[in-house]
Design a protein around this ligand. Structure first.
Ligand SMILES: [Zn+2]
Length: 267
């Protein structure tokens, strides 16, 4: 099997020949919006995917739509609501069974895997994203005649190993194994040796650094939604709201979402 020589094409200066295709998992939150803006800034043809799995965050889905519009990227909203019935053991899929933790301190948030973990969600979503990405690659190769070695294909996911160290499917070793699987399980991996892998640009970033990156890339953060509650305004008490607030506070920046809500008279 051909070894992937990462970055070589840049050294020999043929990067302009690369066809960079990126599928971004866009939830409509702060992190995934920053990730989408990042993929775009790297020159990827960005396809954003938002999965509607009947989560409590359907407000997030609307935000994702707005974010994709503002970023000018392709966007698909995929209804995978039956997933909710299978991955039922979670406060995000069944808020009537589990209480979303509130007002916990940062140490408590990161200590154990919280009930907001959705069983195998990342694995399911990445698999769907990979199926879409592989289809796009196959079209380039088999219909358009693009050389497989000229394709750089990435699945961008906004996982973070620091703030949410509890989630098992947000760890670097998880993504390493998944990349192996993508190579072994796909036609583009086995027959065409296409450079297809997962990219996790925020993996080791703190919330403060993510906020700073989002601002630097001019990501439309005013349209992002992080709150686990789907209210008119963020609750300010759930883990996600607390982490987001901490990030903006440490970056010394007022949250553009709150600025917008104030401007609209909702806060
Ligand atoms: Zn909240």
């Amino acid at each position: 099997m051909r070894r992937l020589e990462f970055g070589k094409e840049r050294i020999i200066g043929v990067s302009t020949m690369k066809r960079k295709i990126g599928v971004v998992l866009l939830s409509g939150g702060l992190d995934s919006t920053t990730t989408a803006a990042y993929a775009k800034s790297l020159g990827y043809e960005v396809h954003a995917l938002t999965f509607n799995y009947g989560q409590k965050l359907s407000k997030e889905v609307l935000c994702a739509k707005k974010v994709a519009e503002v970023l000018g990227i392709k966007h698909k909203i995929i209804d995978v609501s039956p997933f909710k019935d299978l991955a039922w053991y979670s406060a995000l899929t069944h808020p009537e069974l589990f209480k979303i933790p509130k007002e916990r301190n940062i140490e408590e948030i990161t200590k154990t895997i919280p009930v907001t973990y959705v069983p195998l969600r990342n694995t399911f979503f990445i698999t769907l994203a990979a199926a879409y990405l592989e289809s796009e690659i196959l079209r380039r190769i088999e219909v358009e005649g693009v050389k497989p070695e000229d394709i750089e294909a990435r699945i961008f996911i906004a996982a973070n190993a620091l703030d949410y160290s509890g989630y098992p499917d947000c760890r670097p070793e998880y993504f390493e194994k998944f990349n192996e699987l993508l190579r072994l399980a796909s036609k583009v991996g086995t027959q065409y040796n296409v450079d297809m892998k997962i990219e996790v640009p925020l993996l080791y970033k703190t919330k403060k650094e993510i906020v700073e990156l989002g601002i630097k890339l001019k990501a439309p953060l005013e349209w992002t939604w992080s709150c686990y509650e789907g209210g008119e305004v963020p609750c300010g008490k759930c883990d996600s709201c607390l982490l987001r607030a901490k990030g903006f506070r440490e970056a010394g920046i007022e949250d553009p979402l709150l600025v917008r809500l104030k401007r609209e008279g909702k806060l």
